[in-house]
Design a protein around this ligand. Structure first.
Ligand code: GSH
Length: 261
């Protein structure tokens, strides 16, 4: 049995969900509500003591790193192959995923959490915030949350994150001028990885990501958003992300192939 513990189909949580829907693999979904900090509940810490999501458990084997989880899913289950055969294309797939995981996704997460989550903590009693912080097992996550809760993220860090994100738009625009998808002309795990974090760009960064400035990136977003597997994956949310993905599909004029399924 395959047990999948995630929040919304977004960022690291989105990777296994979108991947499983692309392959058509059945699984049991356990929704971990990050808004309620359920990733630090004793029940979830018993599965992943680091208190991060996603976690995937296959016949008792526990996995907690989202990008290797996608490779495991591609290895372990039937369905369309999501990795290219050629060594050079496979290298490019892994290079894109590493760039996304190490540079781009953390930058976007820092900006988004400071914009969306930080204001919620502004009025909270400091002792209550400290009690929440004490539940966080990983020291680096605790440090990040402390900055967030107490409004202490340095402006220089936010500026650097914004610079990295802007730079990635140019990098992906160039890459997608060479091939239809990020690791070649076939859809792969690299596309899932980037879509999980960048599915909303035309809505969230309309000045930078539009048909005039980034035609290749926009064409790729349309190709990905039109996929049935990704549409089904984005439909697994409980509100915000699912709704936002549907809005972006309308903005891009992409049909609803998964409607009614
Ligand atoms: N390296 C892990 C990182 C997972 C991770 O940081 N997930 C975020 C959600 S996207 C999380 O659990 N955050 C909890 C927190 O910040 O406390 C992976 O790729 O699976």
């Amino acid at each position: 049995m395959l047990q999948v513990y995630t929040w919304e189909p977004n960022a690291n949580s989105g990777k296994p969900l979108l991947c499983l829907h692309e392959k058509g693999v059945p699984f049991t979904h356990h929704y971990i509500d990050m808004g309620k900090l359920e990733q630090f509940s004793p029940e979830f810490l018993a599965i992943n003591p680091d208190g991060t999501i996603p976690a995937v458990v296959h016949d008792g084997f526990v996995m907690t790193e989202s990008t290797p989880i996608m490779e495991y899913i591609d290895d372990a289950f039937e369905g369309p192959a999501l990795r290219p055969d050629s060594p050079s294309a496979r290298w490019r797939m892994r290079q894109v995923m590493r760039y996304m995981d190490n540079v781009v996704a953390p930058s976007l997460a820092m900006l988004a959490s400071n914009r969306l989550a930080a204001p919620r903590y502004a009025a909270m009693d400091p002792e209550e915030k400290q009690r929440e912080l004490d539940k966080i097992p990983l020291p680096e996550r605790r440090a990040a949350w402390e900055k967030l809760m107490f409004g202490k993220t340095p402006q220089a860090d936010l500026d650097e994150s914004a610079r990295r994100i802007a730079q990635s738009f140019a990098a992906f625009e160039g890459l997608l001028g060479e091939t239809q998808f990020l690791a070649g002309d076939a859809f792969s795990l690299a596309d899932i990885n980037v879509m999980a974090t960048f599915y909303h760009l035309p809505q969230s960064y309309p000045e930078e990501v539009n048909d005039r400035r980034r035609p290749n990136l926009m064409a790729w977003l349309r190709r990905c958003h039109a996929r049935e597997g990704l549409q089904r994956g984005f439909a697994t949310g409980r509100g915000f992300i699912t709704q936002r993905a549907a809005e972006v599909r309308r903005l891009l004029d992409v049909g609803e192939v998964a409607a009614g399924c």
